[in-house]
Write a protein that binds this ligand. Structure first.
Ligand SMILES: [Zn+2]
Ligand SMILES: [Zn+2]
Length: 408
């Protein structure tokens, strides 16, 4: 969008975000691009008004607002007989293409290229030199020609004012209006300051979402953190280094727009399929197939539950167990006031719970020993199976949640 002068509009950021917001949602990969919804300046009243001004749908003359339209022609006594040169349709056509550009710069160039300045040679005021040194001749396009018309006819056809034309003519060079470069606002956050914030946010250890790795690219920070706490650490760091810092609202803005980060919320126990379904539902992109698949999925889920309940009570040489990977633990437990947050260690834990004996087994390793992939999980399960084999069990039934990584 451009402002009245055709410059790219720079929007002032206001916090909190305005009431009209639209969700940034990418249906291609089914994941939110950034954490928060972004403001849509196109829906703001002041920008709608700006667009109206820019297309002639609105004008303000002496405090009275109206819309621009083709005005009356000139008088019959006009020496150039302008009214005989153009039909009403032609005038409307010129008006439409002039205001249809929605670009102030192009309109300014139009007025300059359709006027000619003539130096006044003689004086018309009887001996005394005229105050006016130049006269402007006006032209309107007709086919490939430019037809000489009077000033009144020119201004009324385009519904613009005399001062508009004069300003453009006086500020033109080689037939084009001099384009004023948009000024950089004095309070604009410099790229270095912004990069400093980005680096700071990046310095925190992040983990993937535990339950919906496949559906979202969102990463998670330690639950003991929040943006306010992070900003506090940032301001301490800036003061120590003596570097310039941004405001908290700017920090928050960068966090929300440049990153897709959340804070771990424990107890969120939803499978991939359900999460995907929920996200699609929120974005209103559900199809009949999705609904049907979800129904099937819930049916299968219930079946699995039923058979698990049945298997739980099996005895005589068989054992039923569930296994799952715990959410990534970061050690040491974060202490906000220290700088330890830069050196956290990720620890993984696979737990096997036996139903018959109500015994639990934990298999723990850290990120220096292995990842949290299929191989590591298989190793842990193998250890458990070997132990059960030694105990003399012949049948083992294992259940697990729908984690993609866990499917072996
Ligand atoms: Zn005329
Ligand atoms: Zn599910």
């Amino acid at each position: 969008m451009a402002d009245h002068y055709g410059h790219p509009k720079r929007f002032k950021r206001r916090f909190p975000l305005p009431a009209v917001i639209s969700a940034v949602y990418d249906t291609n990969n089914g994941s939110h691009k950034s954490r928060k919804r972004k403001a849509d300046p196109n829906t703001w009243q002041k920008n709608i008004r700006c667009l109206e001004y820019n297309t002639g749908a609105r004008k303000q003359v002496n405090g009275v607002s109206g819309s621009r339209r083709v005005g009356s022609g000139c008088k019959d006594t006009c020496k150039l007989s302008c009214t005989k040169k153009f039909t009403d349709e032609e005038r409307q056509g010129i008006f439409d293409s002039y205001w249809g550009t929605n670009n102030h710069q192009r309109r300014r160039d139009f007025t300059v290229s359709h006027t000619k300045i003539f130096k006044k040679t003689g004086s018309m005021t009887g001996g005394t030199p005229s105050r006016r040194s130049n006269t402007i001749h006006y032209f309107l396009p007709q086919g490939r020609d430019n037809i000489h018309v009077c000033k009144v006819y020119f201004l009324n056809t385009l519904d613009i004012s005399d001062s508009t034309v004069k300003y453009n003519v006086n500020n033109s060079n080689n037939g084009l209006v001099i384009f004023a470069e948009p000024k950089v606002p004095v309070n604009k956050t410099s790229d270095t300051k912004k990069q400093c914030v980005i680096n700071h946010i990046n310095s925190f250890p992040k983990v993937d979402s535990h339950y919906c790795r496949a559906t979202t690219k969102k990463k998670y920070l330690d639950p003991s953190l929040n943006i306010k706490a992070m900003y506090r650490l940032y301001s301490v760091k800036c003061k120590e280094e003596g570097s310039l810092m941004v405001t908290e609202s700017m920090y928050r803005y960068i966090f929300n727009t440049e990153f897709n980060l959340g804070f771990h919320t424990p107890g969120k126990d939803v499978c991939d399929t359900c999460t995907k379904y929920k996200m699609k539902k929120e974005a209103n992109t559900l199809t009949e197939v999705d609904d049907k698949n979800q129904e099937e999925h819930l049916k299968r889920k219930q079946q699995a539950r039923n058979s698990k309940e049945k298997d739980k009570t099996r005895d005589g040489g068989s054992i039923t167990a569930v296994f799952d990977l715990q959410q990534v633990m970061t050690v040491p437990k974060l202490n906000i006031s220290s700088a330890d947050y830069l050196r956290n260690l990720n620890v993984y834990n696979l737990t096997v719970l036996e139903f018959q004996s109500h015994q639990g087994h934990c298999y723990t390793w850290n990120e220096t020993e292995g990842k949290r992939g299929t191989n590591e999980i298989a190793s842990a399960i193998t250890i458990w199976l070997a132990a059960k084999d030694a105990e003399g069990f012949e049948h083992v039934i294992l259940y697990s949640d729908s984690c993609k990584v866990l499917s072996m």
